[in-house]
Write a protein that binds this ligand. Structure first.
Ligand SMILES: C[S@@+](CC[C@H](N)C(=O)[O-])C[C@H]1O[C@@H](n2cnc3c(N)ncnc32)[C@H](O)[C@@H]1O
Length: 239
C-alpha cells in the first residue's frame, strides 16, 4: 500500500459466501471494509455491483430449503487512499445516453417544476436539458459472464495441458474498471492475477501493468493471451 500513488485506487472483485451449513451470509466483506480503513488507511469509495447471468444459487438454500433468494450479483469493492485527490474519473467511462434522455435533451429538458418527497432534488424548467457527452456510469453493471476472450484462454490452456482458471472475470468488466479507476499510462498492479484478465484489460487500454499469481499454470496459460502484443516474450525456463 506504501507504493500506491496519491489518490490511487484499490478494487477487489468479491462474491458473497455463506456460513458453513447455514443460509446466513458471511459478513467478511463488511469486516474487510472496516479493516482496510483501520489497518491500511484505505477509504471505502463504493460498491460497484456486477449483475451477471451466472447460474442461480445457492441451490441448497434457495431452491431446496426455500429460505434464501437466488444470488445474482458479485461486487467490485472500491477503495482509495486519498478520496479528495482520487484519480478515478467517470468522464473516461461515459455510457451512451438512453433514447428517453436524448429526447429530453432535444426538448430542452424538463418543462415542469417539482420537488421530490424528501426534498433531495428539485426539477425546474430546463433541468436535464444540457447536452452532455454521455451518461455517467451507475454503480450497478450488467455484464454477461460469457466472455469470448476467457473461452479462448481456457481452450488454449487445456491444449497446453495446463489447469485453466476456474473463477475468471469477463474482460468487459475489467476494461470498464481499468478505464474508470486509472488514466492512460498509469501503472496498474494485480497481485491475484489469475488468468491475467486485468493485465489484458490494461494492455488494451494503454496502462502499463504488473501481475502475479501463486499458481504457475494460471500465469503460464494466461501468457497465451498476450502472444500477439508487441514485445511479448516468455522466459526460457518456462517454455
Ligand atoms: C479470483 S482469482 C482472480 C481471477 C482473475 N481476476 C481472472 O479474471 O482470472 C484469485 C487468484 O488469486 C490467486 N492467489 C491466491 N492467493 C495468492 C497469493 N498469496 N499470492 C498470489 N496469488 C494468490 C489464486 O491462485 C487465484 O488465481
Amino acid at each position: 500500500m506504501r507504493n500506491l500513488a496519491k489518490g490511487g485506487n484499490v478494487c477487489l472483485q468479491l462474491g458473497d459466501v455463506y456460513i458453513k451449513g447455514s443460509p446466513a451470509k458471511s459478513t467478511y466483506i463488511h469486516e474487510l471494509i472496516v479493516d482496510l480503513k483501520r489497518r491500511l488507511g484505505l477509504f471505502y469509495m463504493n460498491t460497484i455491483t456486477w449483475r451477471s447471468n451466472k447460474p442461480p444459487g445457492p441451490i441448497a438454500w434457495s431452491a431446496k430449503k426455500r429460505i434464501q433468494c437466488h444470488d445474482a450479483a458479485e461486487y467490485c469493492i472500491w477503495f482509495s487512499n486519498d478520496p479528495e485527490h482520487c484519480i478515478a474519473n467517470n468522464q473516461r467511462e461515459l455510457e451512451p445516453h438512453t433514447e428517453k434522455h436524448l429526447q429530453l435533451i432535444a426538448r430542452g429538458g424538463e418543462n415542469r417544476t417539482a420537488i421530490n418527497g424528501d426534498g433531495a432534488y428539485r426539477i425546474k424548467p430546463g433541468s436535464y436539458g444540457k447536452p452532455t457527452a454521455g451518461r455517467i456510469m451507475r454503480n450497478v453493471l450488467e455484464i454477461s459472464n460469457v466472455c469470448a476472450s476467457q473461452r479462448a484462454y481456457k481452450r488454449r490452456a487445456k491444449e497446453l495441458g495446463l489447469v485453466p482458471h476456474g473463477a475468471t472475470m469477463p474482460l468487459a468488466l475489467a476494461r470498464k474498471l481499468v478505464r474508470f479507476l486509472s488514466d492512460v499510462g498509469q501503472l496498474c498492479v494485480d497481485p491475484l492475477g489469475g488468468s491475467l484478465t486485468t493485465g489484458l484489460a490494461c494492455e488494451l487500454e494503454g496502462r502499463p501493468w504488473i501481475a502475479t499469481d501463486v499458481v504457475f499454470d494460471y500465469i503460464r496459460g494466461a501468457a497465451e493471451r498476450f502472444t500477439e502484443f508487441e514485445g511479448f516474450e516468455l522466459a526460457l525456463d518456462v517454455l
